[in-house]
Design a protein around this ligand. Structure first.
Ligand SMILES: Cc1cc2nc3c(=O)[nH]c(=O)nc-3n(C[C@H](O)[C@H](O)[C@H](O)COP(=O)(O)OP(=O)(O)OC[C@H]3O[C@@H](n4cnc5c(N)ncnc54)[C@H](O)[C@@H]3O)c2cc1C
Length: 286
């Protein structure tokens, strides 16, 4: 069977402690043979994980051969502080920046904008583009951002970010493929030509995902509750069900012509590897 040319990228978060680095290194080493476009490391809004994000990227650079992506948020930070991180990313050979506004702490005046900072992700992208040719991804929201004024305003905002010089968009995780396909149509109608890559979240902790989905405005299909509830005590069965759900979602997207996927790994290799395998990706022996 010939498979379309499937491309994947993986997202991780910086471990809370130094002891967490070695397991993450193992995760990324396990994913490396799948030849990801990049492996990205998230960045806490306001710079809360800045040191840990940089340390994690440094460690992955030294100990793996994957192309690296660094997330970067601008909320609560001056332009100088943000550009200092861009410079560090470039110095360490990070080839991809995921440029974001980030969420201010609840109740922060002025949307959390620093008096000498960027207002939003579109301004951040333009600022990075002034000095750098690094590949840039931005965030997209098939189910609009929970604080967006309207779906149209959210799409206009995505176009502004791409027009400012971003190369592609990575979406918030979603489970309803019809929602994503409609979003692609709306983006095309709005004149967006850059790739919009679906963000896929294999569910390894249903309770956690339900809380996360509520905050992000992601709909969980009703039948997922039937499939996943009550499996807390049987992690192996939960993994099998979760891998099947994520693989079915990706297979359906593949059938609809989608060939690039951004996988939220939650720092674990098993589910992402299983999904890639079901998509026809095999480890490159090189
Ligand atoms: C792929 C991906 C990766 C992410 N990685 C990180 C990360 O590493 N670190 C992190 O902290 N966060 C991360 N996020 C979350 C992101 O920072 C938040 O969703 C944030 O609220 C918006 O960031 P943005 O870059 O999309 O902002 P923008 O593009 O600047 O705005 C996004 C949308 O939100 C609306 N909006 C947001 N806030 C308001 C408001 N107060 N009032 C009115 N409208 C508003 C805007 O209308 C706009 O449509 C990620 C999200 C995605 C999808």
């Amino acid at each position: 069977m010939t498979r379309p040319n499937v491309r994947v990228s993986f997202e991780c978060f910086p471990p809370n402690t130094e002891r967490g680095i070695a397991p993450l290194r193992s995760t990324v080493s396990a994913l490396e043979p799948l030849k990801p476009e990049f492996v990205s490391v998230t960045y806490g809004a306001g710079g809360t994980t800045q040191d840990r994000t940089l340390d994690t990227l440094n460690d992955l650079k030294e100990n793996t051969g994957v192309p690296l992506g660094g997330h970067l948020t601008c909320v609560g930070r001056s332009k100088a502080e943000v550009h200092a991180v861009v410079d560090q990313y470039e110095d360490m050979g990070v080839s991809h920046i995921v440029a974001l506004r980030g969420d201010p702490p609840e109740g922060t005046p002025n949307g959390g904008r620093h008096p000498e900072g960027y207002a939003d992700a579109a301004e951040l992208v333009a600022g990075i583009r002034e000095t750098s040719n690094v590949a840039i991804s931005v965030a997209a929201y098939p189910e609009p951002h929970p604080k967006a004024v309207s779906a149209k305003a959210d799409l206009d905002n995505l176009k502004r970010k791409l027009d400012a010089g971003a190369d592609q968009a990575l979406t918030q995780f979603f489970f309803d493929n019809d929602v994503f396909m409609r979003f692609l149509d709306q983006a095309e109608a709005a004149g967006i030509t850059q790739p919009i890559i679906p963000g896929i979240m294999p569910i390894n902790n249903f309770g956690g995902i339900q809380r996360f989905a509520e905050r992000a405005g992601t709909t969980i299909p009703a039948h997922y509750h039937d499939l996943l509830e009550g499996l807390d005590e049987t992690p192996t069965i939960r993994q099998l069900v979760a891998a099947t759900i994520a693989a079915e979602q990706c297979q359906d997207l593949l059938n609809r012509g989608v060939t690039s996927f951004h996988l939220y790994t939650m720092n674990k290799p098993e589910l992402s590897t299983a999904v890639c395998r079901m998509l026809g990706l095999r480890p490159d022996p090189q």
